[in-house]
Design a protein around this ligand. Structure first.
Ligand SMILES: C[C@@](CO)(OP(=O)(O)O)[C@H](O)COP(=O)(O)OP(=O)(O)OC[C@H]1O[C@@H](n2ccc(N)nc2=O)[C@H](O)[C@@H]1O
Ligand SMILES: Nc1ncnc2c1ncn2[C@@H]1O[C@H](COP(=O)(O)OP(=O)(O)O)[C@@H](O)[C@H]1O
Length: 297
């Protein structure tokens, strides 16, 4: 049995994001397209025979762990959830190499949780199905199931009703304005449009809905955070720009790697202090490719 695994936890973008209704419990029903990216955190899982779940505090990238209190760390919470669900006698030491901006709307925490669930399912030999893992993951966050299923997808409900879709190959520039946006605060805003007409997947795939539909959070976020409005304006001068999730990251789509890298250069030369990265949009998650490769050995 393998004792140690290093696996990617990729980011997602919401190519568009609508709210169609609100549930009685206050949660909002969404329609979105989750585009997976080949840009990932990296997580190393090392099995422990003593049953303890431990976070390796020594490997800090941009002091990421300082921003993630141990008790709320989704890696640790995912491991504990799987351990109690399966009564596994094993434990794990988790090392998180954080590359994805935290609280940026690119799903880093949810993706980390999904990678831990899938990785430990292998390492501990739990043999849960993808569906079982997705149901478990949903307890940790609405964005976890898409990373468990591992395919770019049409998402409905609170993001857990997923239909896999194949999106054309594209390159994305993601900009992270130096600001954090509270998801709860933005969902609670009075100015939010909560009654978008329901779209169909066919319409999304046939018309170029990406250029026609937007992210409903954009209006509210732009008003509250002028820095994000400025970043959207800057990026729109190169290509249609969007907010992902509730922000703070924004992105634009490009047809080639050359084109996107030119805009990344322009970003580096601009007087704004924004960080950015380039990523390829992928249909199949790098995590699932890594696990498939592992299962072949
Ligand atoms: C908006 C999206 C789109 O992919 O992405 P992110 O910006 O987080 O990446 C997600 O739906 C984010 O889902 P999730 O990550 O579970 O949100 P949480 O931070 O747990 O939610 C914080 C709060 O936002 C509100 N909330 C969240 C999701 C939802 N469908 N309706 C809501 O009303 C609830 O008040 C909740 O307590
Ligand atoms: N492993 C993790 N990586 C990132 N954020 C985490 C993690 N565990 C818990 N969190 C918490 O989850 C929140 C949202 O983080 P993240 O998933 O990066 O953003 P978003 O939901 O906007 O895509 C942050 O407040 C952060 O402290």
């Amino acid at each position: 049995m393998v004792a140690k695994l290093t696996l990617p936890a990729p980011a997602k973008l919401n190519l568009f994001l609508h709210i169609t209704a609100q549930r009685e419990d206050g949660y909002h029903l969404l329609q979105t397209v989750f585009q997976l990216l080949d840009y990932s955190d990296e997580i190393t899982l090392e099995i422990r025979q003593d049953g303890k779940i431990i976070r390796n505090e020594s490997n800090k990238n941009f002091n990421a762990l300082d921003q993630i209190p141990l008790e709320s760390d989704l890696c640790v919470r995912a491991a504990k959830l799987l351990q109690s669900h399966t009564n596994s006698k094993f434990g794990v030491e988790i090392t998180l190499d954080k590359k994805l901006p935290i609280g940026g709307g690119i799903g880093g925490g949810s993706s980390d949780a999904a990678t831990v669930l899938l990785g430990l399912n292998e390492l501990w030999g739990c043999q849960l199905t993808i569906q079982e893992l997705a149901e478990l993951g949903l307890k940790l966050g609405a964005d976890v199931p898409v990373f468990i299923h591992g395919h770019s997808a049409w998402g409905e409900g609170i993001g857990e009703q997923l239909t896999p879709i194949n999106l054309p190959e594209s390159w994305f520039l993601v900009i992270q304005p130096d600001i954090s946006v509270s998801t709860a605060e933005i969902f609670a805003d009075q100015g939010l449009t909560r009654d978008c007409d329901a779209l169909t997947i066919a319409r999304f795939l046939n018309d170029d809905v990406f250029t026609k539909q937007s992210n409903v959070f954009e209006i509210v976020v732009k008003k509250k955070y002028p820095k994000i409005a400025n970043a959207l304006e800057w990026l729109t001068s190169f290509s249609e720009a969007r907010l992902t999730g509730t922000g703070s990251c924004i992105f634009a789509k490009f047809k080639s790697e050359d084109e996107v890298n030119q805009v990344l250069d322009a970003l580096a030369k601009s007087p704004n202090n924004w960080q950015g990265f380039v990523a390829k949009g992928v249909n199949q998650s790098p995590l699932h490719n890594a696990i498939a490769a592992l299962q072949k050995t």
